[in-house]
Write a protein of this length. Structure first.
Ligand code: HEM
Length: 132
């Protein structure tokens, strides 16, 4: 979901702390670097299904989860974020059923563009699950 929703497509801006070289390009110290996460998260050849929501993008041939290669740069808050997402989503799903209304047509997943990508306004039926 986070790959497809991609809420901060240009990430936070970075800056080179020393003269650097990347894929044959020399980048002087002090250059502002803007990453295009949107391009990376949908790059053809990097994903089995680059333009689809499909959890198989993150599984190997044996159906096992693919981890980041050691040495990859990662989010320092990853373990906190994973825990928060798990607790919030599981709590909501245990108590409520989220139903796309029959008369709402197909969902429009095109985001509202800006520094962040946000969903367009939409209607959703939220039903309390029984025995809670
Ligand atoms: C769903 C939630 C989150 C997502 C998708 C996310 C995503 C990211 C991404 C893409 C980066 C960029 C890595 C880079 O540019 O090299 C990053 C870096 C970072 N994130 Fe997160 N993050 C999340 C939550 C958090 C939380 C909860 C915290 C702190 C409590 C946090 C703290 C940081 C820090 C400190 C960095 C900089 C790491 C570095 O520069 O080495 N993040 N995150």
């Amino acid at each position: 979901i986070q790959r497809i929703a991609n809420t901060v497509p240009l990430s936070v801006f970075h800056c080179t702390t020393k003269d650097s070289e990347l894929m044959g390009y020399s980048i002087p110290q002090g250059t502002m670097i803007i990453q295009n996460l949107d391009s990376m998260l949908r790059e053809e050849g990097q994903w089995k299904f680059p333009h689809e929501f499909n959890p198989e993008n993150f599984l190997n041939e044996q159906g096992e989860f693919l981890f980041c290669e050691p040495g990859s740069r990662i989010c320092l808050g990853e373990s906190l974020a994973r825990m928060e997402l798990f607790l919030i989503i599981v709590t909501l799903l245990r108590r409520f059923k989220f139903v796309w209304p029959e008369d709402a047509g197909k969902p429009d997943l095109t985001p509202v563009f800006g520094a962040t990508l946000t969903p367009k306004p939409y209607f959703m039926k939220i039903q309390l699950r029984g025995n809670q």
